[in-house]
Design a protein around this ligand. Structure first.
Ligand SMILES: C[S@@+](CC[C@H](N)C(=O)[O-])C[C@H]1O[C@@H](n2cnc3c(N)ncnc32)[C@H](O)[C@@H]1O
Length: 252
């Protein structure tokens, strides 16, 4: 297995020993890069919580919860009814097994598209969300509502991470993100994290324009072996592209 690491010892132990034993869809590659972003934020004095819409059985959630600092919380939001209500108990068991402290977790069994920002903040207590993973309902209206919710609770230098962008199963979902970025011109697609395969699909990292310099050079430097040096053309600016096997198409 390729050794994708975050640089955080507790997270990397879980990525190596536990990640694939927890059922889920996010790639280990993306989970490692996301957890690195959380430790990079902490090293730069950014405090706040982690939130995820679409926690499922906890595969990606556990990695990010383990990367948090002592007084921060991980909020898991899901309907917890797919494929059966047992998903809730499996999620709690997985978090316990892999060392997510109970006082660090907030679990919210609810429909994210019906939530207000105030209600979400109420679940977390004081502080903003510094990393928000959106992996719930993959249809245009709900994705747009989830993006608005994430933005309303975000730390000014925080990251919104979107799953299943450019996934062949959702070929036009990215157009919702394009429209949202055009309507929110202070937000930028900062990085594309490429797929491992059709299940472990690409993610987008989005942040405020002013926060781009905080991340982009360090992502390219820290993950140099995964850096696709041509980058991505993202609505008129370049974004970082990280891929498990970077290469340029051969032209005879
Ligand atoms: C693809 S799974 C998430 C996988 C998980 N993030 C991982 O990395 O393994 C999608 C999840 O989103 C949840 N979901 C779908 N629509 C939702 C909604 N409106 N509110 C909350 N959760 C939702 C589903 O119950 C399901 O567990």
């Amino acid at each position: 297995m390729t050794d994708h690491v975050s640089g955080h010892s507790g997270v990397d132990h879980y990525l190596r020993a536990g990640y694939t034993s927890v059922r889920g869809m996010s790639s280990r590659f993306a989970a490692a890069i996301s957890a690195w972003c959380l430790t990079h934020q902490a090293a730069n004095g950014i405090k706040g919580h982690f939130a995820e819409i679409g926690t499922f059985q906890g595969r990606y959630f556990i990695a990010q919860a383990l990367a948090l600092e002592a007084d921060e919380r991980a909020l898991g939001i899901d309907l917890f009814d797919w494929p059966s209500p047992a998903t809730y108990d499996i999620f709690i068991d997985n978090c316990r097994r892999w060392g997510v402290a109970e006082d660090r977790m907030v679990v919210w069994k609810a429909d994210s598209t019906a939530m207000s920002a105030d209600a979400l903040r109420g679940r977390l207590g004081s502080g903003d969300v510094r990393f928000f993973h959106i992996d719930g309902d993959h249809s245009p209206g709900p994705l747009r509502r989830d993006l608005d919710l994430a933005l309303a609770v975000m730390h000014p230098k925080g990251l919104i991470c979107l799953d299943d962008m450019l996934h062949p199963g959702y070929p036009f979902l990215v157009t919702t993100v394009e429209r949202w970025l055009i309507d929110n011109p202070s937000m930028r697609l900062m990085c594309v994290i490429d797929r491992e395969d059709i299940v472990a699909a690409p993610k987008f990292l989005i942040c405020h324009i002013d926060a781009v310099p905080l991340y982009e050079n360090e992502l390219m430097r820290h993950f140099a072996r995964y850096h696709f040096v041509l980058g991505g053309d993202a609505l008129g600016h370049f974004c970082v592209v990280l891929t498990p096997n970077p290469r340029i198409a051969e032209v005879d």
